[in-house]
Design a protein around this ligand. Structure first.
Ligand code: 3PG
Length: 213
């Protein structure tokens, strides 16, 4: 399971944009703008009513992209994402039911952690790539640097308050494998269907990993 997840992370080239899709008609242009900017791994948050339909639509029309679901907080949603064909599942946290379901189903899962005890729970369940959320509020890059001490084998995908300016601080850490966030979709640009702006922000983000080499 980790290998499949690792392939998706490799495809993401350090950036997983978070898509908050309010209207289904915007799903494809939003995703196309990301792709035009060089990003091909997307996380559609289940915070909006059309999110599952959006995942189905993107899966059908953009087979070359990896389409995951974010903000998955219970097993019902976990199951719905699997039925919708989602490529991976991200949660802000985890619970026993979700851990059991992830272990039973062939879909990569990134559980969320914020504290050392959370990390221990996730590691105990066999997960080695974890979401650190909410990253900025829980100590940011400095906290992740400290977690590298006790948890040497674990890599993190931080999310929450990350943007083009602070992303390099995270990506410079050896235990950060990618960052995720919604900064690529400013609400006003999305409201006026300004996909050119989104493409530019995606392009800027897609270059972040190059600055780490
Ligand atoms: C998430 O669900 O991963 C975060 O809420 C994203 O945080 P952001 O909107 O601050 O990027």
């Amino acid at each position: 399971m980790k290998d499949e997840l690792q392939e998706i992370i490799d495809q993401a080239q350090s950036i997983i944009p978070l898509m908050v899709i309010d209207s289904l008609e915007q799903a494809l242009p939003m995703a196309q703008a990301l792709k035009d900017g060089g990003l091909t791994v997307f996380e559609v948050t289940l915070r909006t009513a059309c999110a599952l339909d959006a995942i189905k639509l993107l899966k059908k029309n953009m087979p070359e992209c990896s389409i995951g679901a974010g903000t998955v907080i219970n097993t019902d949603q976990f199951q719905q994402v699997a039925w919708a064909g989602g490529d991976f599942i991200v949660s802000p946290g985890m619970n026993d039911d979700m851990i059991n379901m992830a272990q039973d189903m062939a879909i990569p899962f990134i559980p969320g952690v914020a504290t050392p005890s959370d990390v221990m729970t996730a590691v105990n369940a066999g997960f080695e790539i974890l979401k650190f959320f909410p990253a900025e509020q829980y100590g940011g890059a400095t906290a992740l640097k400290a977690l590298a001490g006790p948890f040497r084998e674990i890599t993190f995908c931080p999310s929450g308050g990350i943007n083009i300016n602070n992303a390099p601080d995270y990506l410079a850490l050896p235990n950060v494998t990618c960052v995720s966030g919604s900064w690529i979709f400013p609400k006003d640009a999305v409201a006026r269907n300004d996909w050119g702006t989104i493409t530019e922000l995606a392009r800027e983000a897609s270059k972040l990993n190059l600055s780490q080499q």
